[in-house]
Design a protein around this ligand. Structure first.
Ligand code: PA5
Length: 467
C-alpha cells in the first residue's frame, strides 16, 4: 500500500528554503530526538493502558459490524438521516461526507444515491436555521441521530426536544423508531433517556474525547448511512498508526509535523497555523483540524500546574478561492503563520479545457490543459510566493481521496495533536474553556445548580457601553 500513503513534504519549512530567521535548521530537529523518545513512551503507555482511546479505534471491529448490520437493516426505510450534535459530535461527520460523497449528494435522486438516505448535519441552533430546516425534511421518513458524548450539551439537548416533540406529534408512540442516540455507555441524561424509552443507541467510548471521536460510532454511523466503506477508513487509520509507531522523527510524519509546528510557534513567532486546502472535498477537514488543534492545545495551565498561555491559532482556507481573498495578507502581511497545503495527486474527476476560436492570449494558454493542471499550478504558485517571502509551508499530499487515505489523515492528525500536547507540556485531552461556556449557558437559562454563573454574567453585563 506504500504508493497509497499520505505524504508530508516539509521542504519549505526548513532554513535551506526560507532562511534561518524563519526556517527550521536541521540541527534543531536533532535536538529533539531524545524528547521525541520520551513522548513516544508516554504515548505508547497511554495507548496500551487505554487511558487514551483514539489509538485503538481502528481495531473496534465489533462496533463496525454492529453499525454495518444496523445500517443494512434500516437504510432503505428513510429518506433522510439527520445528525443532531455539535463540535466533535458533528465536524468529523461533515468532513467525511464532503470528502467522500458527491458534493451535491443530497440533490441526487434516490436511485443515484443507491437507495441510501440524504444526510444532514445540523450543528447549529440558530432558530432561523432550525425552523427553515423543517421545510426540507419530513420527520416521518427521517432518522435522527442525537450525538452527545456528555449527553447534556445545551444545543443538542434543545434539538432533541424540538425533534422528539415533532416526531411524537407526527407519529405518536412509535416515535422512537425514528431516533438513534450516540453517547457515553453509562453517563449522562441522554443515556438514561435512551434506556427509559428503549431508543436504539450506540456508544462513544469513555476514553475518547469529542474531537477525537470521528472513528467511533459518532462518525461511523453517519458514514454507514452514506454508504462509505468503514473497513477501508479504519484500515487507513490502522496503517497510519503503525507508521507512526516509532520515535524516529524522520520516519514519523505525525511527530515531525507536530515538532515543526511547535518550533514555528515557540521559536519563530508563528502562532497561526493556516490549513489551506487545495481541494474542495478536503476543505471540511481543515475545519475539523481547527477544532482539534485549538481545543487540544489552547491551554492556560501546564501539566505541572504552572500558569501558561499556549496554543497556535488554527485557520482554515480554501485554494483557489482564498487566493483572491487571503493570499495578499499571507504573502505580505505579518510573517506570523505556518501554512499546510492539502493537495491531491490523482483527482477522481477531471476535465480538459477546450479550445476557443480566435486569437485570445488570455484563453489560448489554457486550452488543452486539464483543470487539475491549472489547480495544481495555482497551488505551486501560492507556495512559491510564500517561499519567496520566507513564509514556511508544508504539503500533505493525498495520492487520491478515498476512505483509505482519509483514515490515514484522521489518525495522523490525532497523533500529531497528542504529541504536540506533550511538547507544550499541557493536557491535550481536556477542554475546561468549553465546559465553562457550557456552565454559563446553563446558568443563564436557569438550570439548577448554576445560579452563581448567571449572577456573575449579569453583573458583568450591567454597564455596557453603546451608541
Ligand atoms: O471536543 C470536545 O470535547 C467538544 O468540542 C465537544 O465535542 C462538544 O462540546 C460537544 O460535546 P458533546 O458531544 O458532549 O455534546
Amino acid at each position: 500500500m506504500k504508493n497509497k500513503q499520505l505524504v508530508l513534504d516539509y521542504t519549505n519549512t526548513i532554513s535551506d528554503s526560507i532562511g534561518t530567521e524563519h526556517g527550521i535548521m536541521p540541527g534543531e530537529i536533532n535536538e529533539y530526538l531524545k524528547k521525541a523518545g520520551e513522548c513516544h513512551r508516554i504515548m505508547k503507555s497511554d495507548r496500551e493502558s487505554e487511558r487514551i482511546g483514539f489509538f485503538n479505534l481502528p481495531f473496534h471491529k465489533k462496533t463496525m459490524k454492529r453499525i454495518n448490520d444496523f445500517v443494512q437493516s434500516r437504510y432503505r426505510q428513510y429518506e433522510n438521516f439527520v445528525v443532531l450534535g455539535i463540535g466533535g459530535s458533528a465536524l468529523g461527520n461533515i468532513a467525511l461526507l464532503s470528502s467522500l460523497k458527491h458534493p451535491y449528494y443530497n440533490l441526487l435522486n434516490r436511485k443515484e444515491r443507491k437507495n441510501y438516505p440524504r444526510i444532514f448535519v445540523l450543528d447549529n441552533i440558530d432558530p432561523e436555521l432550525v425552523v427553515n430546516f423543517l421545510d426540507v425534511i419530513n420527520p416521518r421518513n427521517t432518522l435522527f441521530n442525537v450525538i452527545s458524548k456528555s449527553g447534556s450539551t445545551a444545543e443538542t439537548a434543545a434539538q432533541f426536544l424540538i425533534f422528539t416533540d415533532l416526531l411524537r406529534k407526527k407519529i405518536g408512540k412509535k416515535f422512537v423508531r425514528n431516533l438513534v442516540v450516540t453517547t457515553d455507555p453509562e453517563q449522562g441524561d441522554l443515556r438514561s433517556i435512551a434506556e427509559e424509552y428503549g431508543i436504539q443507541s450506540f456508544d462513544i467510548p469513555p476514553n475518547v474525547g469529542g474531537r477525537f471521536s470521528v472513528l467511533t460510532s459518532v462518525g461511523l454511523l453517519t458514514a454507514g448511512f452514506a454508504n462509505i466503506k468503514l473497513n477501508q477508513l479504519l484500515s487507513g487509520a490502522a496503517d497510519m498508526l503503525q507508521r507512526c509507531d516509532t520515535s524516529d522523527l524522520f520516519k514519523n510524519p505525525a511527530y515531525l509535523n507536530a515538532l515543526i509546528h511547535y518550533l514555528m510557534d515557540t521559536k519563530r513567532k508563528k502562532n497561526i497555523s493556516v490549513m489551506m486546502s487545495y481541494s474542495s472535498p478536503l476543505f471540511s477537514w481543515a475545519d475539523w483540524y481547527r477544532q482539534l488543534w485549538a481545543e487540544s492545545l489552547g491551554k492556560n495551565v501546564d501539566l505541572d500546574g504552572n500558569p501558561v498561555s499556549v496554543g497556535q491559532t488554527p485557520v482554515n482556507a480554501l485554494g483557489v478561492t482564498d487566493q483572491h481573498s487571503q493570499v495578499q495578507l499571507y504573502t505580505e502581511g505579518p510573517n506570523d503563520k505556518v501554512f499546510t497545503f492539502l493537495t491531491v495527486e490523482k483527482y477522481r474527476k477531471d476535465i480538459k479545457l477546450p479550445k476557443f476560436k480566435g486569437d485570445y492570449s488570455s484563453l489560448e494558454y489554457l486550452s488543452g490543459n486539464r483543470l487539475s493542471q491549472l489547480f495544481d499550478a495555482e497551488m505551486r504558485a501560492t507556495e512559491y510566493a510564500l517561499t519567496q517571502q520566507q513564509r514556511p509551508s508544508c504539503r500533505v499530499i493525498f495520492p487520491q481521496i478515498n476512505e483509505y487515505t482519509i483514515g490515514q489523515f484522521i489518525m495522523m492528525y490525532e497523533i500529531q495533536t497528542a504529541f504536540a500536547g506533550l511538547l507544550y507540556n499541557i493536557d491535550a485531552f481536556n477542554q475546561p474553556g468549553v465546559e465553562a461556556g457550557k456552565r454559563a449557558t446553563y446558568g443563564l437559562l436557569g438550570r439548577n445548580g448554576y445560579a452563581e454563573e448567571a449572577k456573575r454574567i449579569r453583573a458583568q453585563e450591567k454597564d455596557r457601553v453603546r451608541m
